[in-house]
Design a binder for this molecule. Sequence first.
Ligand SMILES: *Cc1c(COP(=O)(O)O)cnc(C)c1O
Length: 471
Amino acid sequence: MASDRAYDGTSDELSDELPDKAGDGPARAAARRRDLAVRAAVEQGLVSGSDPGEPLVCLLDTAGIRASAQALTSAFASALAPGTPVLHAFAVKAAPLVPVLRLLADEGIGCEVASPGELALARAAGVAPGATVLDSPAKTETELREALALGIAVNADNRQELERLDALVAAAPPRSPVGVRVNPQTGAGTIDALSTATATSKFGIPLRDPGARAWLVGAYLDRPWLTRLHAHSGSQGVPLPLIAQGVRELHALAEEINAAAGRRQVDTLDIGGGLPVDFASDAATPTYAQYVAALREAVPALFDGGYGLVTEFGRSLLAKHGLILARVEYAKETGGRRIAVTHAGVQVATRTVYAPASWPLRILPYDAKGAPLTGPPLAQDVAGPACFAGDLLATARDLPRLSAGDLIGVPDTGAYFFTAHYGYNSLPRPAVHGFTVTAGGEVRFALARPAQSLTSIVAEAGGDLRDALRR
Ligand SMILES: *Cc1c(COP(=O)(O)O)cnc(C)c1O
């Protein structure tokens, strides 16, 4: 995709692709960048262990994001037959920030959107309609019409949506590639709420329901403008072979439709995203190369050039590159339990607070100057600022003793955490800064999202409508 460079940090930053000084891996280099960024964030006043400084800030490692994007594109490019069309569309819901979408566009990555808001963000980032895919289980007729007029790829979720598309296509020939989302019903992973390919998932046409497959093949034969097939069967907690099995089902269905049509009607497979992330360490595994290897084993024909490919990765592109940094405001002891009360809680780590067993996060302790905190481990709870007892990021976690004025870092939060703010207690959305580190170790920050002001909290809460209910 052609686009101007949003900000160019390629010349002098520490890069994941270059061997770093100590000869250790990219994960170690990323951890070192993170420690440098924490210290610099304190020195440059982005966050502070004391009042009136900022108690909470979020950081994104720009070089890490670029490296992940490059790992994705090269893993597929090296496996695919030369000249095979491929679009990697970032699932915007994972990090709905315009500068992030723009940075990814720099690396040739498009956008997968699932709401008018996400589409507006993709357009604001300058992502071309041809590099945008619309998937949502609840698209309105207006959304569908707009997408078809713009040339944005659409994946229909169900039979009724297909009927809506029939009417729109009859009124004006679509400028977009159109496909249907199928649910291969290959089974759940370890997190029910995120398992998309169960027998009863809310997404797509269920392939194994009685009569569904034959109906779907007929639906394609009746609609020559259906040229794509879509499945998104992975997610956190789903093992690679199970994801690959969903893609194998997708490929087999495309072959069946094309055989019935007597031509290559389905020309592109959208295999979704869903690569899990390691929240327990700095390791960036499984890697895209491992995923491609699992796909080659399960569906060798996927790479022979017979089909163009679309992918829709979210979490795996961004998660490892985000860090929440929060002040420990108080450290106290209650009923023999040690509690560090911090400024990071349910508003920035909603899933962890409500479903801690599924979404454990690491806690990295730093002192007030932003240096890693050391000391004998002591079981402590790490609490957030919200006014309910369960607002905890970690319980009985062994950490050096945390004191008021220290900082905690919460890594791996670049996707679905601080970018999916939860407005409980009217806690403000914190600022997000991207950072790059020069070869000399200097950290440069670039604001990617301003902190939400009190004025905007009041305005979004109907501040201008104060008397509306009294009339
Ligand atoms: C959420 C979503 C994705 C991205 O999933 P990740 O687990 O973040 O990679 C891709 N496609 C669809 C349709 C989605 O709903």
